[in-house]
Design a protein around this ligand. Structure first.
Ligand SMILES: [Ca+2]
Ligand SMILES: [Ca+2]
Length: 232
């Protein structure tokens, strides 16, 4: 009987540890959303459509032929060039220790093997739930050291393993699009960047917030509905 109980507990534990994942995307198709926040010399964030003339500080103007997905996409710029500006593209809360978070986005890059280029990176946040996003910086979460390839619309992606403790409390994770310009430091100097279709896969107990102004993702809306119901 005791052995049977132990087996029962083991099965229960295994069931509770096996989370299902879900995937959500944002492609700036609401026509108004830009970024959740930024760090460094990031300027001129805007939601754009159609072909765009961008400025590369080193080599001059270039043309982005249009969105990778749909008709809308994100524009940001670095000016003056200094350090590594970061665009906050998604904020994930409700994570547990050991959870896997996979994210990807498309960055426009026509300079293979050279800056300007995008990278995907992440940092921990003290935000406990999506309305507090992007929250305060709580340490680097690392990312992919590969740059966009330079063939036009290039995807960059990374998978993080969530760790709840560190130098600061890790309550959530913010996905960053990092801007790498040439020269890395120069004033005056402006380089334009374009981005589209961020996709995030997380366990079903986690919540994903994108920069859309039409509201949180479907799972978050469900969660907020639940919270509202509690206070009715
Ligand atoms: Ca789009
Ligand atoms: Ca490049």
């Amino acid at each position: 009987m005791k052995k049977l109980l132990l087996v029962g507990f083991a099965v229960l534990f295994a069931a509770s540890a096996a989370y299902a994942d879900y995937t959500v995307s944002y492609g700036w198709e609401d026509g108004v959303g830009t970024i959740l926040g930024y760090y460094g010399n990031l300027v001129n964030e805007s939601n754009v459509t159609g072909a765009q003339i961008g400025q590369d500080c080193l080599v001059g103007p270039f043309t982005c032929r249009g969105a990778f997905e749909g008709i809308q996409y994100l524009h940001v710029a670095e000016s003056p060039h200094s350090g590594t500006p970061q665009a906050y593209l998604a904020c994930i809360t409700g994570l547990l220790d050991g959870d896997l978070i996979t994210a990807s986005f498309y960055g426009y890059d026509v300079t293979p093997g050279a800056s300007p280029s995008w990278r995907i990176w992440g940092h921990y946040t003290d935000a406990l739930q999506c309305p507090e996003c992007p929250g305060g910086y709580a340490g680097s979460a690392g990312g992919n050291s590969e740059y966009t390839a330079g063939t036009g619309w290039d995807m960059v992606s990374w998978t993080w393993t969530f760790v709840t403790t560190g130098e600061d409390d890790h309550n959530g994770l913010v996905v960053e699009g990092r801007l790498y310009s040439t020269p890395s430091t120069q004033d005056p100097c402006l380089t334009d960047y374009f981005c589209d279709l961020i996709t995030v896969t997380v366990p079903d107990h986690a919540h994903v917030l994108f920069p859309d102004l039409t509201g949180p993702s479907a799972s978050e809306a469900t969660n907020w509905g639940g919270i509202k119901a509690l206070f009715r």
